[in-house]
Design a protein around this ligand. Structure first.
Ligand code: ATP
Ligand code: MG
Length: 395
C-alpha cells in the first residue's frame, strides 16, 4: 500500500459555532482569515461543512499548514485527516498506518455514521479497526481515558480518519468584532493586551509615541518587532508612529513635575482618539493594569480617560504582572519586550509622580502648557507603515 499521507485538515469551531445568525458571519470570516493566513498555499481548498471546515491540502505540507492554522482565532481544535473510500479493509489499513506513526500508548476508536442507512453499526467498524491495530502494533485499548482517539466519520462513499487533535487558538475570528487601536509601547504589557483583543475577534491597528532623539531608532525597531510578532495572529498590522518630543518638552517645561506623567498620557489619548475616529475604529486598547505604577491607579486612569471621548479597553486591568509575563512568553513577545530600550515615558520620568491626581488640578496644570497646536502638528506628522507576517520570525 502507498504511504498514507494526511491530505486534509479538519477544523472544529469555537464557542460561537451554534449561535443563529452570527454563525454565518463567524464561519465566513473564519474561512477568509484561514485563506489569508495560508495564502502561501494557493492550491488549498476550503469546504464549509456546516459545523466544521475541511481544509483540502492538495499537496501543501500538513504540518506547516497545521502550525499556521493553529494560530487562527475562532478554532477550537484541528485534526489532520486521511480520506479513504468506504471500505472496511481500506479504513483498517489507513488507521493502522496512522497509528504506526504515533507514540505507543492507549487508544479508542470512535466511529460516527453520518449516513444512518449504512448496513453496519458504528461499533462493527470500531471493533474491526481496533482488532487490526491490536494485532499489529503495541498500542492498547482504553475506552475511558485513551491517549489517542481515532475518530472515523463515514458516509456511503467515504471515510475520514483522524488520530491527532491539536488545540486551536480559541476565541473569535479576527474581524467579527470590528477594529480597535492598540497603544503599543516597547514593554511587556501592551503586546499581551493586543493579543487578548484580537482573540475576541477585534482587528487591531497600533499607535506608538516616540520621542526622538531622546528615544532611538532601535527603540522604534523594537516596537516594530513586537508588532511583527503579533502578525502571527493578524498577518498585516498598521503601525502609526507619532513624533511626541515637542509635546513632552512643553509639558516638562511648564507643568509641575508630579503631574507630567498624567499630562503626557492625556496628550497621547487626544492624539490616539483622532487616529481612532479617522480610521473608523471603535475603541482604544491599553496595557494598563490596576495599581502597577503611579499612572495606573483608578484616580490616574480617570484623569487620563477624561481627555478623550470613547471607549478604552484594558484587557489586563486585573492581571498580576507574573501572569502577564507568562502570556508574553507563550505568545513569544517576552524576549523582545525585555530588550533594553528607552520609552518616551522612561526618558522623561520623574521621581515622585502623583498617584491620586485630582482632575481639577490636572486641568490647571494642563492649562499652563500650550498643547493644542503641538498636538495638531504631531497628529499631522504621524507616519504609518504596514507590518507584515514574516515566516522567519517564528522558525
Ligand atoms: P508596557 O509594558 O506595555 O510598556 P507598562 O506597564 O510599562 O506597560 P506604562 O508605561 O505605564 O505601563 O504604560 C501603560 C500603557 O500605556 C501601555 O501598556 C501602553 O498601552 C501605553 N503606552 C505607554 N507608553 C506608550 C508609548 N510610548 N506609545 C504607545 N503607547 C504607550
Ligand atoms: Mg511601558
Amino acid at each position: 500500500m502507498a504511504e498514507i499521507k494526511t491530505d486534509r485538515i479538519l477544523v472544529r469551531f469555537g464557542e460561537l459555532s451554534n449561535k443563529g445568525k452570527n454563525r454565518n458571519l463567524f464561519v465566513r470570516q473564519l474561512i477568509q482569515n484561514l485563506k489569508y493566513q495560508l495564502s502561501n498555499y494557493p492550491d488549498i481548498r476550503y469546504r464549509n461543512q456546516f459545523d466544521r471546515i475541511m481544509i483540502e491540502l492538495n499537496g501543501a505540507d500538513s504540518d506547516e499548514v497545521l502550525e499556521r492554522a493553529r494560530h487562527v482565532f475562532g478554532i477550537r481544535s484541528l485534526s489532520p485527516v486521511v480520506v479513504t473510500p468506504m471500505d472496511f479493509e481500506l479504513i483498517n489499513e489507513a488507521s493502522l498506518e496512522l497509528m504506526k506513526q504515533e507514540k505507543v500508548g492507549t487508544f479508542k476508536v470512535d466511529t460516527n455514521r453520518k449516513d444512518k442507512t449504512l448496513n453496519f453499526k458504528s461499533n462493527d467498524l470500531n471493533l474491526s479497526v481496533a482488532k487490526t491495530i491490536l494485532s499489529q502494533t503495541e498500542h492498547r485499548v482504553d475506552v475511558h481515558n485513551p491517549d489517542i482517539r481515532i475518530r472515523i466519520d463515514v458516509d456511503a462513499e467515504k471515510a475520514s480518519i483522524a488520530v491527532k487533535t491539536v488545540l486551536g487558538a480559541q476565541g473569535f475570528p479576527i474581524g467579527v468584532g470590528g477594529k480597535a487601536l492598540l497603544l503599543l509601547s516597547g514593554g511587556i504589557d501592551s503586546p499581551v493586551a493586543g493579543y487578548y483583543t484580537m482573540k475576541r475577534g477585534v482587528e487591531i491597528e497600533c499607535i506608538h509615541f516616540a520621542a526622538p532623539p531622546y528615544t532611538t531608532i532601535q527603540a522604534l525597531d523594537k516596537v516594530k518587532q513586537l508588532a511583527e510578532k503579533l502578525c502571527v495572529y493578524q498577518p498585516r498590522i498598521k503601525l502609526h508612529v507619532v513624533p511626541f518630543t515637542e509635546i513632552q518638552l512643553e509639558i516638562y517645561k511648564k507643568a509641575h513635575p508630579a503631574y507630567t506623567v498624567v499630562l503626557m498620557r492625556r496628550a497621547m489619548m487626544k492624539i490616539a482618539e483622532r487616529v481612532m475616529h479617522e480610521n473608523k475604529m471603535l475603541a482604544l486598547v491599553s496595557g494598563e493594569s490596576l495599581g502597577q505604577v503611579a499612572s495606573q491607579t483608578l484616580q490616574s486612569m480617570a484623569s487620563i480617560q477624561d481627555a478623550m471621548d470613547g471607549l478604552i479597553l484594558r484587557p489586563l486591568l486585573t492581571f498580576d504582572k507574573n501572569d502577564i509575563i507568562d502570556v508574553a512568553k507563550k505568545i513569544n513577545t517576552y524576549e523582545t519586550s525585555i530588550l533594553p530600550y528607552e520609552d518616551c515615558c522612561t526618558i522623561f520620568s520623574v521621581t515622585n509622580p502623583i498617584t491620586k491626581p485630582k482632575l481639577k488640578i490636572v486641568l490647571l496644570e494642563e492649562a499652563k502648557c500650550e498643547l493644542d497646536e503641538l498636538i495638531d502638528v504631531a497628529y499631522k506628522s504621524i507616519e504609518t507603515t504596514e507590518i507584515r507576517y514574516h515566516q522567519e520570525t517564528y522558525l
